[in-house]
Design a protein. Structure first.
Length: 372
């Protein structure tokens, strides 16, 4: 057990102001209070949101005034929609102390960082983008483990204070996020492809099958696991995406054109000789398997195993307990496929290959079907 004095001395920040206590801001607040209970967290939002945040013990103080909230803060996190961040930055710059570290959680970075460089000449602003979220929103959807093993992007520039960058990276790592650094312009190009494009593709696919196809009522009743996986984010509300789509319009347009060209390429092969799609499948499979290996920066990739779990009471508990007994930690878990009455395939993620191999050995010895 850590002594109170030691815990207090190791606190990264004594006072943190979070502007916007919704899904992301609220989850950050909960994660901070969970990891650093002694940190004083000030929340800024609408009264009803702040009331709920207080009820959930996400914040210590509810504050309507940005000026008052940032005045005593060592760290300011602006967890608001992209265009709202642009409006809030001057207010934060005018009222925060010169050495206060400021970051944001916006999913479009270039314009925000360029604005912040002018407002924070000491290099104490660092753009941030947690690649975590949900199709749900608001403080009631917030969870302290939202960032566990999630990619948390930081977008420093040449003028960023290197010590400040290390401090912020270490802080979000302490919340179990996996830090990745990238320049703001490249960030916007990449997330247009890996985040914004999938959202639009999910919406288009859902509307194609559910509304525009001549047999759409039948299709929805027969939609299975693969379709549900591909369209999960189609449940997202437009209000969550309006600013993002406008702020990153140029890069999203580029990504859409590439994607449309690829779909037309596939359509041409289907119309001529479908057997030629073997090459596309081979390339796609190779690229998909390469995803964890392509990560760079501070972040280390996880190693995955696929485990089939029978549909019987206590089987999942038997899996997790068999690993827990050997002190093996599952860093992430996802249900990939499920067949009612038979079971499901889980993807388990581990810190490195040695741990993954040991986990596979233990699970196989316990009678589980393991591949990886």
């Amino acid at each position: 057990m850590i002594a109170p004095e030691a815990e207090k001395s190791s606190l990264p920040f004594k006072c943190i102001a979070i502007i916007g206590v919704g899904l992301i801001g609220g989850s950050l607040a909960l994660a901070i209070k969970n990891r650093f209970p002694a940190v004083h967290v000030i929340g800024v939002d609408k009264p009803r949101v702040l009331k709920r945040a207080l009820e959930r013990n996400a914040i210590d103080v509810a504050e309507r005034s940005v000026e008052q909230a940032v005045h005593t803060a060592n760290l300011v996190i602006i967890a608001a929609p992209v265009f709202a961040i642009a409006k809030l930055l001057p207010l934060v710059a005018q009222n925060a102390a010169p050495n206060t570290i400021v970051t944001d959680t916006g999913s479009v970075k270039r314009a925000i960082v360029e604005q912040a460089q002018k407002l924070f000449p000491n290099g104490n602003f660092i753009g941030g983008h947690p690649m975590a979220g949900s199709e749900f929103s608001g403080i009631d959807a917030a969870h302290p483990l939202l960032f566990q093993n999630a990619i948390y992007i930081l977008t420093p520039t040449r003028t960023t204070n290197k010590k400040t960058l290390r401090t912020v990276a270490k802080f979000f790592t302490s919340l179990d996020a996996r830090i990745f650094t990238i320049d703001p312009a490249t960030h916007d190009s990449v997330v247009a492809a890996v985040s914004h494009l999938p959202q639009l593709a999910a919406v288009a696919l859902m509307n194609t099958v559910g509304k525009r196809h001549p047999d759409s009522p039948t299709h929805l009743s027969l939609a299975a696991g693969g379709f549900r996986d591909l369209t999960r984010i189609a449940s997202s509300r437009f209000e969550m995406w309006k600013d993002i789509l406008s702020a990153n319009q140029k890069e999203i347009g580029k990504a859409l054109r590439i994607f449309i060209n690829q779909l037309e390429h596939v359509a041409a092969i289907v119309n001529s000789n479908p057997s030629h799609l073997a090459v596309e499948f081979k390339v796609s499979r190779a690229l998909r398997l390469h995803i964890p290996l392509s990560m760079k920066g501070f972040m280390s990739p996880l190693v995955d195993l696929s485990v089939f779990v029978e549909d019987k009471p206590g089987e999942l508990a038997r899996l997790t307990s068999s690993l827990a007994k050997q002190k093996i930690n599952i860093k992430d878990m996802e249900l990939l496929k499920v067949r009612e009455g038979r079971g499901g395939t889980f993807r388990l993620s581990f810190e490195n290959r040695n741990i993954s191999h040991e986990a596979a050995r233990i699970l196989q010895r316990s009678g589980f079907d393991v591949s990886g």
